[in-house]
Design a protein around this ligand. Structure first.
Ligand code: NAD
Length: 492
């Protein structure tokens, strides 16, 4: 079954996307016969497609196929595997507009950001097509002078890949590309809210010639049951998850029984520090990117703007003016700069956080309320004077809301920045190189952006510390999570 196109124009992009499960190289209906799951456009509630709802039997069938394909895929020359990824990169680039439209329709982000996601997502295919042919072993001589030590990387085995709704394509390619390049087979479980870009991409991989069983794809309303069954089976050797810290904790626990390796890209609560010597115009430009990209629905979204006292008024004025001028509308309208939130629940949660902060005495400079429907829009918002112990600063906001907090000394700024269980990314603006390096050292985060509002880069090791995650994606490190090392002791 394919997704049905319900309208002309931009909805043509969704026509022909498979809406079934990819198991053993075939698109098949769910064995359960459970009702299909409607995928909605968050800008207007329109149903874009109805996808299969897999159950545990489907998951185990996909695992049978992945396990059966594992040895053959591992034995396929790296060049051959990587040429397929390269072909997928070329196809994705050629179909940039189609994929951008799919992402924008199902997730809501503005087209210009959806195009950037296609570019970013495609880059992982190119990067790992290049890295996958350069995996190096090692030949060592034991200190006793006699024996030799051979060390060789080998694929870890079938992988379970679970992705969130906020970057429907890039989070999938960031996992699929290194897994396949390393010689692992994989089963992808995309988010049920935004599965269409992943389904279209899986079809693209089939078309470029990825062999049957090497990639399976399961959509389901029962993610917990499916992942538990797959992790308890013993044949999955790796789970790579991007999503909330809460679900990540559960997956880490479930991986214990069969000692499955885990990579976890979890939530964040990014501080954005503006020091008194910062270029304020540049800081505001960076703040717009770090806060408003993806409507604030990003693990990397700046969650807390910590601004030095002497420049706080000016920063608040400049940021408020820019945020008030943003055009809010459906992502597929070329003019839109901020799209809808993903669903009514998210919009209501963000509204609740802002209302509670205002009740506790915060001053709302701009925005502050949901917009009337259709769609789940929330006004881009700037506020100040927020209770430092309240949920707005403690939780991931996941919405277009920028709270400003003032600080006195650098020490206070660092203390405020690190006062969270998360440690994904921190941003800092300063023109003082010595301060920049000192602050970068002191910030408890897997990634630090200095005078930039964006860290995502396929060539860099993306990931968090503390409760933001385990492992890295991207860069030369990203493929290591899909490799085991074998040591061969050798006497000649
Ligand atoms: P989520 O944790 O609710 O869901 C993520 C995925 O896990 C989805 O595919 C979902 O269906 C699946 N899932 C849900 N319950 C599960 C279970 N019990 N077992 C297995 N899978 C399960 O997160 P979300 O709402 O889709 O995404 C938002 C979260 O993702 C935010 O916390 C955000 O910070 C995080 N995120 C992190 C990164 C990163 O790289 N660190 C990137 C993007 C998003």
């Amino acid at each position: 079954m394919s997704a049905t196109s319900t309208d002309s124009g931009s909805l043509d992009a969704t026509a022909g996307i498979p809406a079934d499960l990819l198991i053993g190289g075939e698109w098949v209906a769910a064995a359960s016969g459970r009702p299909r799951i409607a995928v909605e456009n968050p800008a207007d509630g329109e149903v874009l497609a109805e996808i299969a709802d897999a159950d545990v039997a489907d998951a185990l069938a996909a695992l049978d196929a992945a396990a059966a394909a594992q040895a053959g895929w591992a034995a396929t020359p790296a060049r051959e595997r990587c040429e397929l990824l390269r072909s997928a990169f070329e196809r994705l680039r050629a179909e940039r507009e189609r994929f951008a439209t799919i992402i924008s329709l199902e997730m809501g982000k503005p087209l210009r950001e959806a195009r950037a996601e296609v570019d970013y997502g495609a880059e992982f295919l190119r990067w790992y097509a290049e890295e996958g042919v350069r995996l190096q072993g090692d030949y060592r001589i034991s200190p006793d002078g006699g024996s030799r030590i051979l060390v060789k990387p080998q694929p870890i085995g079938p992988c379970l890949l679970i992705t969130p709704w906020n970057f429907p394509l890039a989070m999938a390619t960031r996992k699929i590309a290194p897994a396949l390049a390393a010689g692992c087979t994989a089963i992808l479980k995309p988010a049920t809210l935004t599965p269409l870009a992943s389904l279209a991409f899986a079809q693209l991989l089939v078309e470029v010639g990825v062999p049957a069983g090497v990639l399976g794809i399961l959509t389901t309303s029962g993610a917990g049951a499916l992942s538990s069954a797959l992790l308890a089976d013993g044949r999955i050797r790796k789970v790579s998850f991007t999503g909330s810290t809460e679900v990540g904790r559960r997956l880490i626990a479930a991986s214990g029984e069969k000692v499955v390796a885990t990579s976890m890209e979890l939530g964040g609560n990014a501080p954005f520090l503006v020091f008194a010597d910062a270029d304020l115009e540049a800081a505001v430009d960076g703040a717009l990117v770090a806060k408003m990209r993806n409507m604030g629905e990003a693990c990397t979204a700046a969650n807390r703007f910590l601004v030095a006292d002497p420049v706080a008024d000016e920063f608040a004025r400049l940021l408020s003016a820019r945020i008030a001028a943003l055009r809010v509308g459906p992502g597929t309208d070329e003019a839109s700069e901020v799209g809808p939130l993903i669903d009514a629940e998210s919009r209501d949660r963000v509204a609740g956080l802002v209302a509670a902060a205002a009740d506790d005495g915060a001053t709302v400079h701009v925005g502050g309320a949901p917009l009337s429907g259709p769609g789940y829009f929330f006004e881009p918002t700037v506020l100040e004077g927020v209770d430092p112990t309240g949920p707005l600063l403690g939780d991931e906001i996941f919405g277009p809301v920028a709270p400003i907090v003032r600080f006195g000394s650098d020490e206070e700024a660092i203390e405020l920045a690190n006062d969270t269980e998360y440690g994904l990314v921190s941003y800092a603006y300063t023109r003082d190189l010595e301060r920049a390096l000192r602050v970068a050292d002191a910030l408890e985060a897997g990634m630090v952006a200095i005078n930039r509002g964006l860290v995502s880069n396929a060539a860099a090791p993306f990931g968090g510390i503390k409760q933001s995650g385990l492992g890295r994606e991207g860069g030369r490190e990203g493929i290591e999570d899909y490799l085991d090392l074998k040591y061969v002791a050798l006497d000649l």
